[in-house]
Design a protein around this ligand. Structure first.
Ligand SMILES: Nc1ncnc2c1ncn2[C@@H]1O[C@H](COP(=O)(O)OP(=O)(O)OP(=O)(O)O)[C@@H](O)[C@H]1O
Length: 303
């Protein structure tokens, strides 16, 4: 037990397009669980099924032990949702946006006011309390949407690309807030196509591509299992490629650079330096989730 979400053979079709292709996953209470994948992988569609706003085509999906088909109301009441788009009400101040949202959950006025003030402070928006939405920066709007998602004290927070389009400073502040929410015992599910975000925030994650889950696990385990500890990078030349084929090591070309996966990175790097007569740079760097994705799909996640 302790599972907040359980999906089995979860499947979603839009007419002749399969968006989510029989996926299995479970999210445990108190963890940050991530869905990582390129655009169109099926992440948002999966989030919408969890939120009970898009019905599954087949399979089973339980949230809080309840079936999403038969108990959407109960589930929605216990969820907080941060959608990908900024859908704040432009006619209201930051504070009013929170109060109006609280009404959807039937939260009593005084309690709603207390929570709104508390959440504005938590999200470092207290000075923007009475400011209209259009006067807020992108990062502030995102923080306000997160505050709004917390107004009903949800047991599970769902975030679809929480830092999309934000500058590094704004992203770091949001990461800090999400980490402190986790430290308070919240369960978070997020989608992202940012590798650093996934690596920093997620206890466990799945990598999705074309509606399927390719792998699942803690980021560090996935990196170790699928990309080795370190990756050798070298400029692609005919000689280098020929030598790699002789050595029988696994490599993946990304542009003009070759990414080489081997359990003997330093030996291979030394060998390649000789092949290049020390004229080209051969580097050994720590493996990342990007390498995992590259190795699994032959493509990069960067846009
Ligand atoms: N309402 C819809 N009708 C038809 N096709 C849809 C609909 N919603 C999503 N799709 C398709 O389903 C597939 C998965 O889309 P989805 O939005 O879940 O991907 P994603 O991984 O979240 O990508 P993104 O990061 O762009 O949101 C895509 O091919 C998309 O075009």
């Amino acid at each position: 037990m302790g599972d907040i979400i359980v999906a089995r053979d979860l499947f979603k079709r839009f007419e002749d397009l399969t968006a989510v292709d029989r996926i299995n996953f479970h999210v445990r209470k108190g963890e940050v669980f991530g869905f990582l994948g390129p655009n169109g992988a099926g992440k948002t569609t999966t989030m919408k099924m969890i939120q009970c706003i898009s019905p599954k085509s087949s399979g089973t999906l339980q949230v809080f032990g309840l079936d999403t088909d038969t108990h959407p109301r109960e589930i929605k009441n216990r969820l907080g949702v941060v959608p990908q788009e900024t859908n704040l009400d432009p006619d209201f101040s930051a504070y009013r946006n929170l109060l109006v949202y609280a009404r959807y959950f039937g939260i009593e006025k005084q309690e709603a006011e207390r929570r709104a003030e508390e959440l504005l402070t938590f999200m470092q928006l207290e000075e923007k309390r009475d400011v209209l939405i259009e006067k807020l920066s992108g990062g502030m709007k995102r923080r306000l949407i997160i505050a709004r998602a917390l107004i009903n004290a949800p047991e599970l927070l769902i975030l679809d690309e929480p830092t999309i389009g934000l500058d590094p400073q704004a992203r770091h502040l949001i990461w800090e807030k999400l980490r402190s929410l986790q430290a308070q015992g919240n369960t978070l599910v997020l989608t992202t196509h940012y590798l650093d975000e996934a690596e920093r925030l997620c206890d466990r994650l799945v990598i999705m591509d074309h509606g399927k889950i390719l792998v699942e696990g803690p980021p560090a385990d996935l990196i170790r299992e699928h990309a080795g500890g370190e990756v050798v990078e070298v400029e692609r030349t005919e000689k280098v490629v020929a030598r790699l084929n002789d050595l029988g090591v696994d490599y993946d070309p990304a542009g003009d650079q070759l990414q080489i996966f081997t359990d003997r990175p330093h030996d291979v790097a030394r060998d390649l330096l000789e092949v290049c007569r020390h004229e080209a740079a051969v580097t050994v760097r720590p493996a990342t989730l990007e390498d995992v994705f590259l190795r699994l799909t032959g493509r990069t996640l960067r846009e």
